[in-house]
Design a binder for this molecule. Sequence first.
Ligand code: FAD
Ligand code: SF4
Length: 326
Amino acid sequence: MRQFSYVRAENATQAVKAKATQANAFLAGGSTLIDLVKLDVMQPDTLVDINSLPLYDIEKLKDGRLKIGALVTNNDLAWHPEVKARYAVLSEALLSGASTSLRNKATTGGNVMQKVRCPYYRDGVSPCNKRAPGSGCSAIEGNNRSVHAVLGTSEHCIASHPSDMCVAMAAIGATILVSGPEGEREIPFTDFHLLPGSSPDKEHNLAPGELITHVILDKPLPGNRSHYLKLRDRASYQFALASSAVIVSLSGSTISDARIAMGGVGTKPWRAFEAEQSLKGKTPSQAAFEKAAAIAFAAAKPQSQNGFKIPLGQQAIVRSLKTITA
Ligand SMILES: Cc1cc2nc3c(=O)[nH]c(=O)nc-3n(C[C@H](O)[C@H](O)[C@H](O)COP(=O)(O)OP(=O)(O)OC[C@H]3O[C@@H](n4cnc5c(N)ncnc54)[C@H](O)[C@@H]3O)c2cc1C
Ligand code: SF4
């Protein structure tokens, strides 16, 4: 039996002070953390419960952006009127995730911070550079069909980022607000998650002790036609093999702006900036969409079992673009 302490923080300062070391963990909905503690994959000395912190609000800012408290649940966010009306792609992404009961527990901050679903990471014993740095990567020569990436991989880790919510946020554009021992700071969403490189155990840009307090969504693109498409082995309660979050603004019959992000295929929520550029100024067409999808996967490197993710991910982009421009 592994011993750990439990502390309930009443405000952000207390939470940050209690977290102070890498060995402690913030407890939000617990849907990732408690699983991994039970599996002995995460071994915190102290669980710092943040559920009493006042981080449950969703506020429309004067400049049109939307400020979301870190403890807003995935269901509350998905069904919020501002999100349904102005950020439909985020609502669709959230509702494609997990189950209703899990979404009632899962929080915005916890979803941003959720861990990979690689079976070798979660079994607690196989060589895994993310869990035990320097031990090797069992997935490269092993089972790498469904929860492993084709973009952003390294010889040290190939696990895909599992979040649906984060893919939509990457497409929309967002800023993460954090509070830590050195005060408050902002991190652009696309800089928050890190590529595995040679240190896959370092997954994000938070310094030790830092707490996510809010996520601020950029103002939506004018016009804001959008779609989240998740392709998976089962129609519900399953992580994406490949997904796409696509947003397009049309000026007459021309694409004036476009956003594309992908899930299930990258080691972080994957924004396809060059594919977006290729669509700007174009008339919507099958050829333009296929070209954008090809550009999005130009750097893809298949693993031994997941090469199918490249055409699947491309189809997700093309289908989403066709749906919103039809
Ligand atoms: C069966 C199952 C199916 C799932 N299916 C999907 C799916 O299809 N799509 C999908 O996107 N997700 C899916 N998930 C993952 C789920 O969305 C996450 O577990 C959830 O979002 C995590 O949020 P939480 O509040 O429960 O986090 P917790 O478990 O409390 O915390 C997760 C991690 O984040 C840290 N943390 C939490 N809050 C903060 C904060 N404010 N600041 C800093 N660190 C913080 C914790 O210390 C911990 O390391 C699934 C999970 C399960 C168990
Ligand atoms: S893919 Fe990453 S998480 Fe999975 S075994 Fe390899 S190092 Fe570990």
